[in-house]
Design a protein around this ligand. Structure first.
Ligand SMILES: NC(=O)c1ccc[n+]([C@@H]2O[C@H](COP(=O)([O-])OP(=O)(O)OC[C@H]3O[C@@H](n4cnc5c(N)ncnc54)[C@H](OP(=O)(O)O)[C@@H]3O)[C@@H](O)[C@H]2O)c1
Length: 302
């Protein structure tokens, strides 16, 4: 019997790479997508274990990139059994300050929201026509928490959570299930890339193992569950906090952890300081912090 096929986006690193490894452990063939060439290394590693793996380099923050991936999948002429919509980025810093570019903010939406929806719209209808399939959507435990200094990121994860639950309800009875994955802080490149290493969130060493996240997500996905909060129990408390705490308290509490410089100064919620001050603290020298992650191709947003 042919192996099932999983499409995993954001598979070159972090949670996505661990998801890809988890799928090969369960005898899946894989289409892996990321932007940088290191996706080829992951594909080579997994082929070494015996899986059939296709690597696609595409910028999923652009319409062309999503079309490229969808075309490559269609070209295989194989049913997609699992679609893991995992590629995602964040950007830290004051929204109105100069430390975050307009392009960076729009790219968060382009990759996390538009790219995810576009790919789902291209691949899910066929799964429904066939009457089987599993969709995994990478949201976050911040899905219910408005996040000062990462405002667009948290909002994008709220979108994905809502989208995931709604799509799941629409697809009930079709044989296709949708699972929202809600990881807590996980030990990946994410915070470096989002220029958040000087925040409490970015600097803390209490982060989850991405392999554990992938294992728990795989189990929930294959069981057809609607939601999985991965990691230790306190991640479930964090997610529940978004439901039980008053709206006005949530952003205030969150900014204690996400404010630029909060990891260095130990200060609490910043008050009565200009946006420019907030922004300049990202670099500590009034400069924009350069992530150690390789520069992105700005591309054309959706
Ligand atoms: N780490 C956490 O604490 C955490 C918590 C909750 C949720 N999440 C979510 O989990 C998902 C994975 O995050 P991670 O922590 O594993 O981050 P990561 O280590 O930075 O990996 C991100 C992956 O997404 C890919 N990617 C980013 N932009 C892309 C683009 N425009 N086109 C194609 N691929 C792109 C990256 O590939 P390239 O490098 O090639 O671009 C990489 O493979 C994200 O959706 C994130 O929001 C993470």
């Amino acid at each position: 019997m042919a192996s099932p096929l999983a499409v995993v986006t954001g598979a070159s690193a972090g949670i996505g790479r661990e998801l890809a490894r988890e799928f090969t452990r369960h005898a899946y063939d894989l289409v892996l997508c990321a932007e940088d060439e290191r996706i080829e290394d992951v594909a080579a590693e997994l082929r070494g274990g015996g899986a059939r793996v296709w690597a696609v380099r595409a910028d999923l923050a652009t319409g062309d990139g999503v079309a490229e991936l969808a075309d490559r999948v269609a070209g295989l002429d194989r049913a997609v059994d699992v679609l893991a919509l995992n590629a995602g980025i964040g950007v830290g810093g004051a929204f109105a300050g100069s430390a975050t570019d307009r392009e960076d903010q729009l790219r968060v939406l382009g990759c996390n929201i538009t790219g995810t929806v576009d790919l789902a719209k291209r691949l899910v209808p066929d799964m429904v026509r066939r009457g089987s399939g599993r969709v995994l959507v990478s949201s976050s435990t911040v899905a219910r928490l408005p996040g000062p200094y990462q405002a667009t990121y948290n909002a994008s994860k709220a979108f994905l959570y809502s989208f995931s639950l709604a799509l799941r309800a629409e697809l009930r009875g079709t044989g296709v299930t949708v699972t929202a994955m809600l990881p807590g802080l996980t030990d990946t490149d994410f915070f470096d890339r989002a220029r958040m290493t000087d925040t409490r969130i970015g600097a803390t060493t209490v982060k989850d193992d991405p392999a554990r996240v992938a294992r728990e997500a795989f189990a929930a996905l294959t069981a057809g569950r609607g939601t999985v909060v991965t990691g230790p129990f306190y991640n479930r408390l964090l997610f529940a906090a978004g439901r039980w705490l008053p709206d006005r308290a949530l952003p205030w509490i969150f900014s204690f952890f996400s404010a630029p410089g909060s990891a260095r100064t130990g200060r609490s919620v910043p008050k009565q300081r200009s946006w420019e001050q907030e922004s300049s603290e990202q670099g500590g020298r009034g400069e924009r912090v350069t992530p150690t992650h390789p520069a992105r191709n700005p591309g054309t947003p959706h």
